[in-house]
Design a binder for this molecule. Structure first.
Ligand code: NAD
Length: 491
């Protein structure tokens, strides 16, 4: 085991992400003994707080998130606070001094993790300052953990990358995609590559299509200002959905190492069929929620949400057909959809297998269902295999049976949050479940061509085009119908 000694600097330590995810995740690592005595956290944010006040807020957030606080006082004693405006160049020298002191005090060997849990416009400037003011000038390792969004399009992502790469090498950059922290997303590889009954079928000869749905019931909430310049395509598809596509489609890596796995994922991105100009409408559908009812509650339309334009052109839903033009996947559509204010909160993958060559059971009252492999990502975690078997007592009647493995049940409360795993990976120096720059660049390139068309052709008159509490606009169903498929209901 590599030395875990590290100084973790959290920029944005009074923010929502720090409170809801980062502090509770660190506490869980502490509880499991995965943080030795050689760890310290410096919280950085603009507000002026004493160390005690900051420690109290860490304690509160752990208690709120996890409903427990054993040994919390020892845990929070490792936390200090530095009030610091990241835009103010003068303030970095003081931060460096504090970091050096704490490094000495806890014998942290100069190992540093800089976690940027702040608005993205600060990512570049902070990285530049960390270098110019000597904070990255350390004996140990230095790593940068950076939240989404990584740029707004390919151009801005390149610019941001240039800035952070002046201070950190590619192998020191940990770009967070929190879907890669989810247990069942990490399980995709194992299900595929550790099972003799799936891998031989995992191609265009046996799979007819793959469907990935990530639906939310929440609306835009307080994030209207950010979301207006983002939309579902940039906020969800460019990163999380594309990562799931890559994991489902990649070739088996030569070894389970970071470089091998990432390079197989990059090869999937390279094989993506470009969709541009006139083709966009044949492959992609956008939607924006209208009012409706979710869980018996009446909710407003997107355009009535705070900080949202009355004639907003922003999509809150996107569905698309992605083609991967390589030997394994030629002809197999990957359908993806994601949106806000949908029927339920759920992320699922459905792999639909082709029909058998001759069906002996067609005469029976019901047609056979195709075999489906469903991977439940959230909130349930598990897999279900849909098979056909003889109906008990019947003559030749077949019925659908489901083989299920649920990762939930008693484990549900204990499933470690993705952030805990990602933080631990970063401390261990394992970047496998973080996004490499090449993946970011290819997926922006793909997404930019779609958003270009959507920018030019406003959807103003057709929006809103789906009711809150539904599975999106009709056009999303038609996208599959024209290929002879339908979205498998996600229950
Ligand atoms: P937030 O607005 O709640 O917190 C921002 C933090 O930055 C605060 O601590 C604030 O004090 C600090 N800050 C702002 N301006 C500053 C300045 N000039 N100098 C120093 N500190 C300053 O934001 P958040 O929701 O915690 O999100 C942070 C990042 O994480 C964003 O990139 C966001 O996209 C990403 N993210 C958040 C979530 C989430 O659940 N909140 C989920 C995924 C990704």
């Amino acid at each position: 085991e590599k030395s875990m000694a590290s100084l973790i600097m959290i920029f944005g330590a009074t923010g929502d992400l720090a409170k809801r995810k980062l502090f509770p995740s660190l506490y869980r690592l502490f509880e499991k003994g995965r943080l030795t005595k050689q760890f310290a956290v410096i919280g950085v944010a603009r507000r002026s707080l004493s160390n005690e006040e900051f420690q109290q807020s860490v304690k509160d957030s752990v208690l709120t998130a996890l409903k427990k606080d054993e040994n919390i006082d020892e845990f929070i004693s490792h936390f200090s606070y530095h009030s610091h405006d990241v835009a103010d160049s003068n303030s970095y020298a003081a931060l460096k001094n504090l970091a050096d002191q704490i490094d000495d005090h806890y014998s942290l060997k100069g190992n540093r993790i800089f976690y940027l849990a702040m608005a993205p416009e600060f990512f570049g400037p902070i990285a530049l300052h960390l270098k110019s003011d000597g904070l990255t000038d350390v004996k140990g390792y230095k790593r940068l953990v950076i939240e989404k969004p990584f740029g707004h399009d390919l151009e801005s992502a390149k610019e941001l990358n240039k800035q952070i790469r002046t201070a950190f090498s590619e192998s020191e950059v940990y770009r967070i995609d929190h879907y890669l922290g989810k247990e069942m997303v990490r399980n995709i590889e194992v299900i595929r590559f550790a099972n003799a009954i799936f891998e031989p079928l995992w191609n265009n000869r046996y799979i007819s299509n793959i469907q990935i749905t990530s639906s939310e019931t929440l609306g835009v909430e307080e994030r209207g200002r950010y979301y207006e310049s983002s939309g579902a395509l940039r906020d969800m598809l460019q990163n999380h959905m594309m990562q799931m596509v890559a994991l489902l489609a990649m070739e088996p890596p030569i070894k389970l190492t970071t470089d091998e796995i990432r390079s197989e994922k990059v090869r999937v991105f390279r094989a993506l069929r470009t969709v541009e100009g006139e083709q966009v409408k044949d492959y992609f559908v956008r939607g924006q929620y209208g009012e409706g009812t979710i869980e018996d509650e009446q909710v407003p339309k997107y355009r009535d949400e705070p900080m949202v334009e009355k004639d907003s052109n922003t999509e809150t839903f996107v569905a698309g057909k992605i083609m991967i033009d390589n030997f394994r996947w030629a002809g197999v559509p990957f359908y993806i959809r994601t949106g806000k204010r949908m029927t339920r909160k759920s992320t699922k993958i459905v792999v639909q297998f082709k029909d058998i060559p001759m069906n002996l059971y067609y005469q029976t009252e019901k047609m056979l269902n195709p075999n489906l492999l469903v991977i439940h990502i959230q909130p349930e975690e598990g897999i279900t295999l849909h098979l056909n078997a003889k109906k008990a007592g019947g003559h030749l009647d077949a019925q659908e049976v489901k083989l299920s493995f649920a990762n939930t049940g008693i484990h549900a409360m204990n499933t470690p949050e993705g952030y805990e795993k990602l933080l631990y990976d970063c401390m261990r120096g394992d970047a496998t479940n973080f996004t490499h720059w090449d993946e970011v660049a290819y997926s922006w390139n793909f997404v930019d061509k779609i958003s270009e068309v959507w920018q030019k052709t406003k959807a103003a008159d057709s929006f809103p085009n789906y009711q809150s509490g539904t599975m999106g606009p009709k056009a999303a169903d038609e996208l599959l119908e024209k290929d002879g498929y339908f979205w498998w209901p996600v229950t």
